[in-house]
Write a protein that binds this ligand. Sequence first.
Ligand code: CA
Length: 299
Amino acid sequence: MNTIVQLDNPDFSPEPMEIADIAHHLFQCEGRWCARFEGFRLSSVFQPIFSPAHQQCVGLEALVRVQDTQGNFLAPPLLFSGKSRARIVLADRICRLLHGKNFLTLKEKELWLSLNLAHEVAIYGRSYGIFFQKVITEMGLDPNRVVLEIMEHPVEDPALLENAVLFYRQIGCGIAIDDFGTGQSHFDRVWRLSPHIVKLDRNLIRNAAESPRIRHVFCGMVSLLQESGSLVLVEGIETEEEAVIALEAQADLVQGYYFGRPAPPAFPGFRRMEPTLHAPSPKPPVQGKTHPRKIPPSG
Ligand SMILES: [Ca+2]
């Protein structure tokens, strides 16, 4: 394992790789797990991801909530901004362990857990991911029920990202490209990475609701991504009109305040998709596409 670290990233300075080194940041509070990091208090919330075809919640995206010593909520990116790579990696590890532990308290057998990866960690996934492999093994998390969300972000060396994605696939996790459609989004990158899920940035559905022309393009974009073999998740749905557009485009998965807000662990209400909306007509399945009720495939 250490050989891979050195070969893959010569600048890599060894980090504490044992879970115990990260776990001491965590503590239990009112039946759930929280963490301390650089004076911040971190906690998990989970936002439901629904399959319109099944009218059910199929997964949960874990998000971190950051509070200062006075209890004020701060923007989560503060956790990572201006930090050295070593601190970013540490913060990312704490978050993933925190979310994993909180997810396990739900004792869910069906839902998959979607985790956001810090960009630094995503790029050097092969170096840093080994820790995560240990985490899922030690926690007894099934890697096939874990989806890693990687930001659609310019990268200097696309080969590094491809390598990282390959590594996470090899350990059995699903891959999602996050925020697709922002900045310099490239379809060719999606073709190369061949993610299980493509999450469309919230601005796309917002713009589609404002213009019939963009609405048409939006539906075409969903189809194109589906034809490449990925499931398409429309995120940031906040209004009924946006929900109708997502269903009209026959998105495989939907997420947003309209269907369910992020909430702390323990949420019986996440089961059914409310309000009930149906896609206008079924689209024939794309060959090789996975049933969205099930966990995205690995490999
Ligand atoms: Ca995300």
